[in-house]
Design a protein around this ligand. Structure first.
Ligand code: 2B7
Length: 667
């Protein structure tokens, strides 16, 4: 035993020294591309079609970076019939000199075969990082079964090929190319990763390439696609050139098409710097027609990457436009009306594009689609504000129209808010429970019940007899309105009925939703006499008319309070009716002692303890469930109408017809 323990210690010590001795090798292992092939989803968000096209975005972004940095002016995209996609730029070409750290490898090979390599090769990099963006061309390499890079640099052409992320052979020198510079990446997505049927969709590549061209007015993107791949696609040509010197203004103009706009001119511009850090470009117009489903169309980009969740650059644009309009209102003598316009009022009908280029962009949010660099807000606001002031001042008529338009949006917002406040207030009023309700302490409906009790005094006894946790008591004053013969207005104005609906947590009419019911069961508890029966009938009519679901689901009950109490010696029993009383007297009270017979005139006469055991305690009580005969709705309907409706003649006839069946008339 001692021996093995010693072995263990020895082994641990050895492992430790190994770790420090071989750290360089370990890092190389960590930086290899095997993890990408093992878990592609972690790098490109899946292996579906979207992820497949992300490979193209990645390569195109690298070429765009070279253009954004001012080193490339032309990018070519070509899809071959065999599914190979190539992207070519006329930039500086990926460096090919030996890498200082991995002596036997070129910089190009390290970039292509190492995760997160690159930053040190490109000091002015606009390469984005984090999320799905900027995962690096090495990820594309890892997920391609075949990839070749060509670099034309210093008048020499170099090439190297890779399979599934691993170099096949060394970097080749292919000789002199006096008129060519730049990088070409040609690759084929690995069917082992994306499936045997995965393929690039020409239409998708086409629109991705085209969208990029708007963001970099100085670049020309040439599109080529094997003719047979686009033969069936009407809108996708085999060859095209995307070049939009007007940049975002062109993009917005195309989006607006023939829409009516508030001002005839688009407000667009770009910061003075043509390239480099902090470059901003924007285009804004306002349309009352909306943009498809939405009222507004706002797109933002950082380093040509779409920022779908906006971020600080978008904030900067909103701030500049809002402050500019407020300042213009001051000058135009409309300060008072414009005092409460907000960025939302300005943007709610806007078509707006903003594109920012910065070093080291940071992206936040679940999908890393929101720019978070704080300096971006300032950069954009500063870039846009002056030109906006000039634009407004330059055309006072249009500026006035725009200002009126935005003020109108602000007024509409204030009105909407007021309307909402009113309805919220009435909602809280509705939720303010009637004062006479003794609510239960459980806050969810589960296992709770409300007793609707006839009369204040019975209510008092019931409150003492209840289980506070699960049983609520709502005392009603006398007879409630007969809903069957009253108008909607009268019903809505009736306090007993509205209190009842409020206590139950449901609205009347259209707003009724059984899911809002605050209790699991509703129990009608009235005296066991004709008045009690009448009140019960009125209540049941109310539930039948306004909350039939309550009956359909069997959640409405009648409590069965006893009519008699029979006492002999110390023993008391309760009888629900005359027959029950006789039965008990005959079977239970046979002894010699004096029998006391009490008749309850009302619930209020009962001691709380009696009420509890006889009527309310779930362990000892009996309830009658009131149900709807779903197979016999017409009969139910006509019966309710006859017995509870306005027409006394129908009721009279019914009594005439049924009097023969009455056995026990309690008068
Ligand atoms: C972050 C890595 C990937 N890179 C360079 C230089 C130029 C360059 C590239 C590229 C896609 C398809 C054709 C920098 C940047 C590597 O370091 S990547 N051009 N084009 C590209 O990928 N196009 C570079 C500094 C000096 N000389 C060259």
């Amino acid at each position: 035993m001692a021996n093995s323990k010693q072995d263990g210690l020895f082994a641990a010590g050895q492992a430790k020294s190994e770790a420090s001795d071989y750290s360089a090798k370990d890092i190389e292992v960590l930086e290899g591309l095997e993890p990408v092939r093992l878990r592609p989803g972690m790098y490109i968000g899946g292996t579906d079609n979207r992820a497949l096209h992300h490979l193209f975005a990645e390569v195109l972004d690298n070429a765009m970076d070279e253009a954004v940095a001012g080193h490339a002016s032309r990018i070519e995209v070509e899809l071959d019939r065999d599914g190979y996609l190539s992207v070519t730029d006329n930039g500086r070409g990926i460096p090919v000199d030996p890498h200082p750290k991995f002596k036997d490898k070129s910089a190009l090979e390290v970039i292509m075969t190492t995760l997160h390599a690159g930053g040190k090769f490109n000091e002015n990099s606009y390469q984005t990082s984090g999320g799905l963006h900027g995962v690096g061309v090495s990820v594309v390499n890892a997920l391609s079964d075949d990839l070749t890079v060509e670099v034309a640099r210093e008048k020499t052409l170099y090439a190297q090929s890779f399979k599934r992320g691993k170099a096949v052979g060394k970097l080749q020198n292919l000789g002199a190319v006096p008129n060519r510079r730049g990088t070409k990446v040609r690759f084929h997505p690995d069917p082992e990763i994306f499936g045997p049927r995965a393929h690039f969709k020409p239409a998708r590549l086409f629109s991705m390439a085209r969208a990029k061209a708007y963001l970099q007015p100085g670049v020309e993107i040439r599109w080529k696609c094997a003719a047979e791949l686009v033969a069936e696609l009407e809108t996708i040509p085999a060859e095209a050139v995307f070049h939009f010197p007007g940049g975002l203004a062109d993009y917005l103009q195309e989006t607006l098409g023939s829409k009516i706009t508030v001002t005839p001119e688009i407000f667009s511009g770009r910061s003075k710097k043509e390239t480099g850090h902090g470059r901003v470009e924007w285009a804004v117009s306002w349309s009352p027609e909306g943009f498809g489903e939405a009222d507004s169309f706002v797109r933002s980009y950082c380093n040509t990457i779409p920022t779908l969740d906006g971020g600080t650059h978008e904030q900067g644009l909103r701030a500049a436009l809002t402050k500019g309009l407020r300042a213009y209102a001051d000058v135009a003598g409309m300060a008072k009306k414009a005092a409460n316009i907000t960025p939302d009022d300005v943007m709610i009908t806007a078509g707006a594009l903003v594109s920012l280029f910065i070093k080291n962009p940071e992206f936040q949010g679940q999908t890393k689609d929101r720019l978070s660099n704080s300096e971006a807000a300032r950069l954009v606001e500063n870039a846009v504000r002056d030109p906006f002031d000039h634009w407004l001042a330059g055309s006072p008529k249009d500026a006035g129209k725009l200002l009126e338009w935005v003020i109108e949006k602000a007024d509409e917002r204030v009105k909407r808010r007021r309307a909402r406040d009113v309805s919220r207030k009435s909602a809280t009023r509705k939720l303010r429970l009637p004062g006479k309700l003794a609510d239960c302490s459980d806050k969810t409906a589960k296992n709770t019940e409300i007793f609707i009790v006839e009369g204040e005094s019975a209510g008092g006894s019931a409150k003492q007899a209840r289980n506070r946790k699960t049983q609520a008591i709502l005392p009603l004053k006398g007879k409630i309105l007969n809903v069957e013969s009253a108008t909607r207005e009268k019903i809505a104005a009736n306090k007993e009925i509205t209190d009842l609906a409020t206590a139950l947590g449901v609205g009347l009419g259209k707003k009724f939703d059984l899911d809002d019911l605050r209790y699991e069961r509703v129990i009608i508890m009235t005296d066991a006499d004709v008045d009690g029966a009448h009140i019960a009938a009125l209540l049941i009519t109310f539930f039948y008319r306004f909350m039939p679901e309550l009956l359909e689901q069997g959640r409405l009950y009648m409590a069965m309070p006893p009519l008699f109490r029979i006492t002999q010696g110390g023993r008391s029993l309760y009888a629900n009716d005359e027959a029950h009383k006789e039965h008990l007297l005959a079977t239970e009270f046979t002894g010699r002692g004096k029998i006391e017979l009490g008749r309850f005139k009302g619930l209020g006469e009962m001691m709380p303890a009696q009420l509890k055991t006889t009527t309310m305690d779930p362990k000892t009580r009996t309830l009658a469930r009131i149900t709807l005969d779903l197979d016999n709705i017409p009969t139910t309907e006509s019966l309710v109408e006859t017995l509870m409706g306005k027409r006394a003649d129908l009721r009279y006839q019914y009594i005439q017809d049924h009097a023969q069946y009455v056995e026990d008339l309690d008068v």
